[in-house]
Design a protein around this ligand. Sequence first.
Ligand SMILES: Cc1ncc(COP(=O)(O)O)c(C=O)c1O
Length: 368
Amino acid sequence: MELGDGTRCVRAGLPEPVPGEPFLPGPVFAAPYHLDPAGPSPDRDGYARMDNPTRRRLESAIGELEGGDCLVFSSGQAAITGLLLSVLRPGDTALLPADGYYTVRAFAAATLRAQAVAVMLIPTAGPYPPLGGVRLVLLETPSNPGLEVCDIAAVAAIARAAGTLLAVDNTTATPLGQRPLALGADVVVGSGTKALAGHSDLLLGYLVTRDSAVLARLRQWRDQTGAVPGAFDAWLAHRSLATLDLRLERQSANAAAVATRLSSRSDVAGVRWPGLPGDRSHPVAARQMRRMPGVVSFDLGSADRVARFLAASRLVAAATSFGGLHTTADRRAQWGDDTSEGFVRLSCGIEDTDDLLADLSAALDATG
Ligand SMILES: Cc1ncc(COP(=O)(O)O)c(C=O)c1O
């Protein structure tokens, strides 16, 4: 019998118990390590760009949760761009989300096109074109910020038939929300900066795969580019991972309550949350996701009303990230996302649901 999510999170990546040793050993701070005077040995740590035990423990933990072999990176962007640059060659075609995290599209425009990689931008909800001749597909589901969802297993089936590598950005769902490798994807990439680490105190990226050739290529890429997190950030992320199940449970419950409350208001438009039974992403989300994310999106009509709403709220902080302990909101158009001026991505924290609902309602009433 597979252990429950809470049990898996609290045990993930921990060493076997040794009397007198801590549960999670502290961070190992080193750049070089002492070498055997006779020369380096493959089973001893030599230099921290390649070797660090704190990082390896975090990789075991994330790998256990996603179901494959993990490499962690200095940020989500470092993981995603590392995947794109190490897999794609001039003349290749890559299919990327048209409505996903905007920096990935900006990177494609600035760097992939200059390397003669053709980029097709496809909306997350599809339809997906035939994949013959496409080297790599990157899905982002649920997408940030629109919370569209796509059927990973269906895209995996056409990708497999076409010999196309399928990667899924699992940032919003987290490995507890869905398991892309079990649904047929070849690679999971993501930002651990968001709900995975969840305390708004570090940047982290990760990649998980069961494909040994992809893993070897990405390891070489990371060894040579040096896009590794430091030992302290890796340790903090591992410590934080232990409570992922508890944090997601409250975030998701808060999102359900908030989405329902917002949907009932005539002064809030376009409420999206994949867990809402009436949401157009709900049927696929309910089938493939193990739990719903804590992120909700909606439209307050204008930039001015968003600013007044944020000023009036005591519990919703203006911040451009999501998945943290504190409830935050971000007006995405201010960063150049292709959203309306009043579009808000709200990330529910772990506050008490009643407090959050009361605060949101009061702030909306005050700015109606
Ligand atoms: C879906 C998604 N992928 C990747 C990233 C990039 O992650 P990072 O900020 O850790 O580089 C983000 C950041 O917001 C994101 O939302």
